[in-house]
Design a binder for this molecule. Sequence first.
Ligand code: LMR
Length: 408
Amino acid sequence: NWNQIPTAPPDKILGISEAYVKDSNSQKINLGVGAYRDNNGKPIIFPSVKKAEGILLEKESEKEYTGIIGNKNYQSIVRDFIFNNSNKDANGAKLIKEDRIVTAQTISGTGSLRVIAEFLNRFYDSKTIKVPKPTWANHVAVFTDAGLQPEFYNYYDVENNSLDYENLKKSIESTPNGSIVLLHACCHNPTGMDLSNEEWDEVLQIITKKNLFPLVDMAYQGFALGNPYKDIELIRKLNQLVVNDELKSYALCQSFAKNMGLYGERIGSISIVTESSEQSVAIESQLKKLIRPIYSNPPIHGSKIVETIFSNENLYNSWLNDLDQVVGRLNKVRDQLYQKLDKSNYNWDHLTKQRGMFIYTGLSKDQVIKLRNDYSIYATEDGRFSISGVNENNVDYLANAINEVIKS
Ligand code: LMR
């Protein structure tokens, strides 16, 4: 009886955008979803993407299905981009050469997480997946719906607005052997607070000692240091561990939503690093078997854009430049906001350490709701602000509102 169906609450992130749209205040600001806006508050298409689409419009001659896990060219571009990174990672290159990386095109980040979770539920012994506390609001839902059992590991010290590093290590240490552990490659969502290289080394040591299976989520590659190749230290370290036989395998979910601005194209990938080329063959076939009854095969427009950009040096360089501009604006506006915040009542120094599209303000749920009700400033209730919604026209209004809310 459908009369019994309870109404579900709005999505914690996308529900904020829905509420924002309904607000008629001309000064309203949307700091909810992690999607880029320019200095006029408008979404953009990267100029490199626009050019690639122009090329496609002229040259494209069919709209056939792609393969269940995408086409070989896309897979190999992605693999090379992430694991070999222009011949800079000898370990990654070796794994590619030995056919030890299975890559599948997926429906952006969420789709890749869901498929890998279904795969792990089917083929991995432990169903426990440790995720950072806090983590992206959708992680727990994706993993639970796929039959895994998410549990939290310590990550963030809410009192001091900093990484809770000692407790992070302790809670990974106390994880049952063989569990899955979710790692954010860079620009941790929602806190923007990442581990240093030395900290990663220590944590990875615990992970290998406990035989944990690393699942890496890399949604913001390029947003930490403005260049995608600088943001994959964790991947390099994992590749080295695999080549040294200290780690058997790991998996990585990635998307081009943010770093190419291809949000609605739903374009991303899963890569699974395997123990041998024989294993790769079996794993690839099982990924196909898993995906086919869900959505048959992925959409093609996004992958064609990625393929076009990566196969044309000019376009490729202009993409790197577009990304650099985007990240540059976010950093600038983060700095502007920091300057304007009143530090006499509240220590805002954590803002200067956070990276990527978000600031994790430390504001309480009540303060976030007050910003929404009194100032039409929309953010998720955990106090995460997507700074792409901030620009030169609204930064004063925003800073003033935050200062007032903190005082009251
Ligand atoms: C976010 O965290 O805001 C983004 O990853 C968008 C989403 O799908 O939640």
